[in-house]
Structure formats: structure tokens, C-alpha cells
Design a protein around this ligand. Structure first.
Ligand SMILES: [Zn+2]
Length: 416
């Protein structure tokens, strides 16, 4: 994008949000608040959000999940069938429509998935089946810091349906591994904690927590690099403390807070039984379908990324890892947008890709302002066209971490 043709929502004001991470999200201009627990994404924020979604979706496709789209508005009936109309007590947005029928904004879609496959999945030969969607969820939760707990949020929710416990366990493992790949590739430091039964009614579940200064739960986690062991006050290993040995690898446990970014559930027949989702077995019997569900909170993930990848100057997407979700791969910063420097800037802009780069072509901005804005957005690389170019024909490549090198103009695109 050309800086002169786009609207950036960056701000140098310190901001009034309660956490440093939330202030950085606002200063980088990724989000705007629309009242307690409600946020909108700006063009820059939406680029980041879409990158995160694409990344999550790629892994879902890789493990064979099929995308669906279920209505966010639900009638009461399916929630009565599952017995959850009352369960979400106060957290579900409910209302009457114009015909006086009770409706809700779905806080989750286990019921929706059962309804989707009813009448189609009828035999053991129709299983396993795996579906996912990426869309809005609504929960009338107590709003918290920035994007941590909101009343409307984006979720990748997936559901797998099975004939046997073995098949369910295999898919659960497949999703668990996909989640590890997703968070690893994004450069998130995280731990996995076993959780106790919740409103989802599962037989087993695990939560993925990004380590944070201020999060959604107190956690203990293993400090060894390749161990993901974690525990919360609701885990079976809830009595572990900082300094204790990790039950998985013997390493030392640390303690702090975590942001819940993912949650996977073995549901068993929790939904299929009350809702009547059964199949004919090979032996000619009827059997309730086994289910599991898997969620990733997209905004939580963005919050965790900024929490772990930012500094006092703004976001700090690294050149790889977290950099895959950076709003732009590189900023092109001419010392002044004029004559020869403008011509080279335009050339690089076209060659590196107008969609992937931000060209600082606004004549009213000083070089200092351009640098500050690029850092606030966390753009991983700056291509600086300055005095060196006038003297030797080389441009300066500087990472967000301040490492610099001088390279020829023609070698820039392959380095971005
Ligand atoms: Zn460990």
C-alpha cells in the first residue's frame, strides 16, 4: 500500500487501556473499541487478523477438516435438546423474535453440528467426519482487558464425529498436534494444561495457554524448551507449584499467568445421546456417535502475539515466526520521496509487491515519523533508501530488531 492512499489508525497517545499489551494494540492502530467488550478491526488490524485466520485454516485443511458455516442465530429448540439452554446461564445472549419465539446468539456450535449432519450421517460407513468453521461467537461475558474477553469474538471451532473411541483418540491427537504446529509456527510460547469438566460436558479436555504477564488464568508451566507441560488450578495436577519438578520431563516448573488461546475437548456422547444422533453399526445395532470439539480464539491469539512480540516502540513481528502475521512484510522508506529516491522507491514497491509492502510516500512525514510508524506497526523489515544509495547505489535493510545490512536494489525482493 502507498502510505498516502491508506488510512492508518496509529496513535502516539499512551492510551487508557488497562494492560500494556492492550495499549500497544491501540497505538499500533489494529483495533478500535465500540464499548465494553466490543471491538472493531481497522484495515491494518484486519490484515493481521486475516493472516492469523489463513494460518489456522491451512492447518485445518492439512488434517482433512472440511469448512462449514453455521448460523450464529439459533432457535431455542436445539439447545433444549442438548440441555444447554440453562447451562450457559447469563453468558448466552437470548431474546424473543417478532413471533415471540426464543432465540439466542450461539456461544458455541456443538448443537449446530449435530443438526447439520442429522439424517446424513446414519451409518458407521459415514464416519469419521471432521468439520470446522471460522466466524463470530457471542458470549455475554464480563469484559476484560483489550481482546482478552469480549462479547463478540472470532473463533475457529472444529468438530469431529466418530464410531469408535480409537478413532476419536486419533483425531484428538491429530488436532492437538496441529495446534502445536500453529502456535509454534507463529512463535508463541505456550503450555498445555489438562482441564476439568466444564459447560461443554467433556470427558477429557486440554487448554493451550500463551505465557503472559497478565492473562486469563494462573498457570504453572515447564521451563524446559521442548516440554509443553502446564497446569492450572483446575488441572488434575493442580497442587504443583513453581520450583516443583515437571511430571513429564523432570524439568523445573515456573509460575505465572497464561492467555487461553485454544481448547480441545473429548465430548463422547454428551451431545449425540440427548440429541439422538446415532448410527447403524456393521453388526446391525444402533450406536450413539462419539464427538470431540476443538477451538482457537483468533483475537486472543492476536493479543498473545502482541503480548509476546512487542516493545515500548510498538509491535515487533519477527522476520519469520510471528512475522507471518505482520500487516506488511516490509516498509519502503525513502529519506525523502523525491526525484531519484522516489523512482527507486516506486520500483521496489512494484517489485516487492504492493500488497505486501507499505511505501512511505507521504511528503508531509519526516524520516523520523516514518521510522516510528513502521516500528509501531511492527513491520519486520525496513528498506531504507538514503544517502548510501546516492553514493554507492545500495539500500539499507534494517530488521525490526535493529540489524542492518547494505544490499543492491535488485537483491531486495528475494530478501523480503
Ligand atoms: Zn517438562
Amino acid at each position: 500500500m502507498r502510505r498516502s492512499e491508506t488510512t492508518l489508525f496509529t496513535s502516539r497517545e499512551p492510551g487508557k487501556q488497562e494492560s500494556e499489551t492492550a495499549r500497544r494494540l491501540f497505538r499500533a492502530g489494529l483495533v478500535r473499541q465500540f464499548g465494553s467488550g466490543l471491538y472493531g478491526f481497522t484495515p491494518t488490524g484486519e490484515r493481521v487478523r486475516q493472516e492469523v485466520i489463513d494460518h489456522v485454516e491451512t492447518e485445518m485443511r492439512r488434517i482433512g477438516a472440511r469448512r462449514v458455516s453455521l448460523p450464529q442465530l439459533n432457535y431455542r429448540a436445539i439447545w433444549e435438546e442438548s440441555g444447554r439452554w440453562e447451562n450457559f446461564d447469563g453468558e448466552m445472549f437470548t431474546f424473543e423474535n417478532r413471533e415471540g419465539k426464543l432465540m439466542c446468539l450461539a456461544p458455541s456450535h456443538e448443537e449446530g453440528i449435530v443438526h447439520l449432519v442429522e439424517g446424513t450421517i446414519r451409518s458407521y460407513e459415514d464416519l469419521p467426519a471432521t468439520f470446522y468453521q471460522i466466524g463470530a461467537k457471542h458470549r455475554d461475558d464480563h469484559a476484560r482487558s483489550g481482546l482478552l474477553r469480549t462479547k463478540e469474538f472470532t473463533m475457529k471451532d472444529a468438530y469431529s464425529l466418530h464410531r469408535t473411541e480409537k478413532s476419536l483418540a486419533e483425531h484428538y491427537k491429530r488436532f492437538r498436534e496441529a495446534y502445536v504446529r500453529i502456535f509454534d509456527a507463529l512463535g508463541i510460547e505456550f503450555a498445555i494444561a489438562e482441564a476439568e469438566n466444564t459447560v461443554m460436558g467433556e470427558s477429557r479436555s486440554e487448554e493451550f495457554f500463551a505465557l503472559a504477564e497478565a492473562g486469563t488464568a494462573d498457570i504453572r508451566w515447564c521451563t524446559e524448551d521442548d516440554c509443553r507441560f502446564g497446569a492450572t488450578s483446575e488441572s488434575p495436577a493442580s497442587d504443583l507449584e513453581a520450583g516443583d519438578s515437571c511430571p513429564e520431563c523432570g524439568g523445573t516448573l515456573g509460575a505465572g499467568e497464561g492467555i487461553e488461546i485454544g481448547h480441545i475437548f473429548e465430548l463422547g456422547t454428551r451431545y449425540s445421546e440427548p440429541m439422538g444422533l446415532a448410527i447403524d453399526t456393521a453388526e446391525g445395532n444402533r450406536q450413539d456417535v462419539l464427538m470431540a470439539s476443538y477451538g482457537i480464539g483468533i483475537e486472543r491469539l492476536i493479543y498473545a502475539l502482541v503480548e509476546q512480540h512487542s516493545d515500548e516502540n510498538g509491535c515487533r513481528w519477527s522476520a519469520d515466526g510471528s512475522g507471518v502475521v505482520a500487516p506488511y512484510a516490509a516498509s519502503i522508506i525513502p529519506l525523502e520521496y523525491d526525484d531519484e529516491l522516489a523512482a527507486v522507491a516506486d520500483y521496489l514497491y512494484e517489485d516487492c509487491g504492493p500488497e505486501r509492502t507499505l511505501l512511505f510516500d507521504d511528503p508531509d512525514q519526516s524520516i523520523g515519523e516514518r521510522f516510528a510508524e513502521s516500528d509501531l506497526l511492527g513491520i519486520p523489515k525496513k528498506i531504507i533508501i538514503g544517502n548510501e544509495f546516492r553514493e554507492s547505489g545500495e539500500v539499507e535493510l534494517e530488521t525490526r530488531d535493529g540489524e542492518t545490512e547494505y544490499v543492491t536494489v535488485d537483491s531486495v525482493p528475494e530478501r523480503i
